[in-house]
Design a protein around this ligand. Structure first.
Ligand code: FES
Length: 155
């Protein structure tokens, strides 16, 4: 079934079939649903609620509890800038401002063309390499504003 804003709910069928009748499978169902759509659209969650017979309020409770779930569309490229102390003292704030300026968005936002989503993280677990930026899962250590612009231009 395709609904008015072009969200194809039939894309969810393989996920629902895979987890049919499995109790406690809500989180993996939500994870796979997010892989399908890139985020968790409201229409999809309503459909999911009916199909798995879990109240919508319970689904939202799970989705809003875990930071891995997104209720709004994200960019095709995910930029994560560390704002932890070790990175901050080495110039991480300046790198973040440069990235924000280059993309034209503030942290936590997505560009209008959905090319980039910019997020900040408390620590990326690579403090010795700070300032650290992770782009689509790839770590860039000892980041500078100049290098950040070069890397972003290449995407
Ligand atoms: S503080 Fe930036 S990686 Fe830990």
């Amino acid at each position: 079934m395709v609904i008015s804003n072009d969200i194809d709910l039939s894309l969810l069928d393989p996920v629902l079939e895979k987890y049919q009748f499995e109790e406690g499978a809500l989180i993996p169902i939500l994870q796979e649903t997010q892989q399908v759509y890139g985020y968790l659209p409201e229409e999809v969650l309503v459909h999911l609620s009916r199909e798995v017979r879990v109240p919508l309020s319970q689904i939202y409770a799970v989705v809003t509890f875990y930071s891995q779930f997104y209720l709004t569309p994200r960019g095709r490229n995910i930029i994560r800038v560390c704002r932890g102390t070790a990175c901050y003292v080495r110039g991480g704030r300046s790198v973040l401002r440069t990235v924000e300026g280059f993309l034209g968005i503030r942290e936590g936002n997505t560009t209008a063309d959905y090319k980039f989503t910019l997020e900040t993280v408390a620590c990326l677990g690579a403090c010795a390499m700070g300032p650290v930026v992770v782009i689509n899962g790839k770590y860039f250590g000892k980041m500078t504003s100049t290098r950040a612009k070069i890397v972003l231009k290449a995407i």
